[in-house]
Design a binder for this molecule. Sequence first.
Ligand SMILES: [Zn+2]
Ligand SMILES: [Zn+2]
Length: 342
Amino acid sequence: MHSLIFHGTRRVEYGEWQDPQLASGQVLIQVAACGICGTDMHVYHGMPASWPVPGVRGHEFSGTVLAWADDVTGFQQGDRIVVQPLIYCGHCPSCRAGLTNLCSNVQLVGGERPGGFAERAVVPANRVFKIPDSLDLQAAALTEPLATSVHALQANVTGLLRRVAILGAGPQGLFAIQLARLGGAQIIVASDVIASRLELARHLGATHTFDARSSDLAQSVLSLTDQEGVDLVIDAAGKSVTRTLAIQIVRSGGTVVFLALGPELTALDFMSIVPRELKLHGTQCYTDADFVRSIELLATGRVNGAVMSTVFPLSRGAAIFEQLTIDPGDTAKILLTPDGGY
Ligand SMILES: [Zn+2]
Ligand SMILES: [Zn+2]
């Protein structure tokens, strides 16, 4: 079958890959659409990962059910589905505590195992989630990135939101803006360096947007809140500059969630963190419950994913990975769809 095959740092080609074979407990999926994730880009740029090379990546995908193993029940041919790509072990201390997103033996479909940058994929049956008719297959491919934002807020927000800042208006930031709006926030600040993303941010609910390069950004945010600072900052950029800014614009006693994974080492001012009782939180992926919630949010239209998506044929995938490296341009989330031809 045709796949996008990863051969190493900045080496991807569209070519022929062995057809996936059904094993016990698995379902065979015809891939409809698969999103390119920031993590895929980091690995493309050489971030170390325990993922096989050559290999097929892609962990944000939707599709239809083609077949299933003899010991699998509950599916019909053509069932419309989305894949929850985290295969957790169920028996490590984290899994036993219900923290399946922190499983120490986790395997990723599209990481350790072949994923959705291909025509077909096999997936354990319990990682296959059916979607309602109201959710189209391309929008369904956004369930996984949305689930990451849902988890970040579910785990860190109690009650109604008031003042929120979201640093970085890529897909994660744009989802977080929409969730903050749903949570009732009256001030939602967004920053980015790409003007079209800031326009999307406003369209999706940001009340104030700023160019992240402006030198008085911290002061601009503080002046919106009577110098108090916002209750919650979500760092959806993962850079030293956004981590530092987050500490400057959060109120005393407030929360910073570091959502984006970035390899930069960052020195933070602990004289500002400790005496002000800031809560600094990491966040990792999502649980099955977050995933189900994300399907609902997309299917009911409460969260809009289509507006931030651009679709390209899988056969152009190699060029697109390179283009994203050189200049992502106006795109936010890119989806690749198998097109059955070279
Ligand atoms: Zn992802
Ligand atoms: Zn586990």
